[in-house]
Design a protein around this ligand. Structure first.
Ligand code: AMP
Length: 130
């Protein structure tokens, strides 16, 4: 089982944003910027482009709802979208609030993010999720 499946099952804590029957969103534990969020399918699949067409399309539509909530909740110009998947073998989309291009630099992660601030950010995004 992947670490993301264990998060979805509630075995490992996370800063949860939202879920539906097929998708789950939570804060990245080592954010590149405050509010950096991951969107994952509940079904385990390593490589995002191995997802079925409808699952990939619906995952992007779920990510769109999360991104709208992030943009309302956080000071940013846009929400950036990235797929890496080199570390965790469970397909996921990175959503990152952007004021400038440098906010999406995966070499500059916030180390030891303050748990209280993470909780506040997660709650603020959740409150805007529709
Ligand atoms: P990648 O697979 O290259 O897209 O990177 C995996 C991402 O998952 C990284 O940005 C990690 O910081 C993030 N990550 C790994 N473990 C956790 C966790 N337990 N909770 C939240 N995010 C995580």
């Amino acid at each position: 089982m992947t670490i993301f499946s264990r998060i979805i099952n509630g075995e490992i804590p996370c800063y949860k944003i939202a879920e539906d029957d097929r998708f789950f969103a939570f804060l990245d534990i080592n954010p590149v910027n405050w509010g950096h969020t991951l969107v994952v399918p509940k079904r385990e699949e390593d490589y995002i482009f191995d997802l079925a067409d409808d699952e990939l399309a619906d995952m992007m539509l779920f990510a769109k709802r999360v991104a709208h909530a992030m943009k309302k909740a956080l000071p940013c110009r846009k929400i950036g979208v990235t797929v890496l998947g080199l570390e965790v073998p469970h397909a996921h989309i990175h959503l990152v609030p952007l004021k400038s291009e440098g906010d999406m630099d995966f070499h500059k992660k916030i180390s030891d993010p303050d748990p209280e601030k993470m909780k506040q950010i997660a709650n603020a995004i959740t409150a805007e999720f529709e």
